[in-house]
Design a protein around this ligand. Sequence first.
Ligand SMILES: [Zn+2]
Length: 181
Amino acid sequence: MKNKEKIDVHQQSMDEAYEEWLKHTETWDKDVFFDHLDFIHRVAVALGNLNYQVGNGGFSQWHDNGYSESHYDFLSRLDTKEYSQLTEGLALMRKAYSELKNNNIRRADRGYDDDEDRESSVTDQCDTAYYKLKNIEKEMNEYLISLQKKDSRCWAQVGEDWCNNKAVKGDYCKKHQDLAK
Ligand SMILES: [Zn+2]
């Protein structure tokens, strides 16, 4: 049971998704690739890219590299309320995106492109707040595990038996969440 929890489902799902892309690199761009994935692999890819891009260069890098265009709508619809840091991370994404989009509009209005307001204080604040979410990768993984096991049952031992209530997060029910560490 302990080993099972340690499996990096997020990395595994991303590897599976990108393996599929490798077979079609000549005909699939990143949006066609995304459209071909099932729900869980889409979640893995969209969250993985968000975390990687923001980790490297902040929300502005994620936006400038085209990921907001491909993944924003999808990510903003995910139901992650059981996962507080992940939910907070996605709220920061919404806030940063709205600012970055406005910057694009302002630049277009001026009729020229410069980097003057690219790093606004709002997106900087979102980056800083995101970097404080130390458990966000762990929660992304747990969220993916929960999607894989929508109907899974609680693994907590009760007497001689498993608890067997419906698991709501990781492998445990609401009552046994403290074991999900
Ligand atoms: Zn339980």
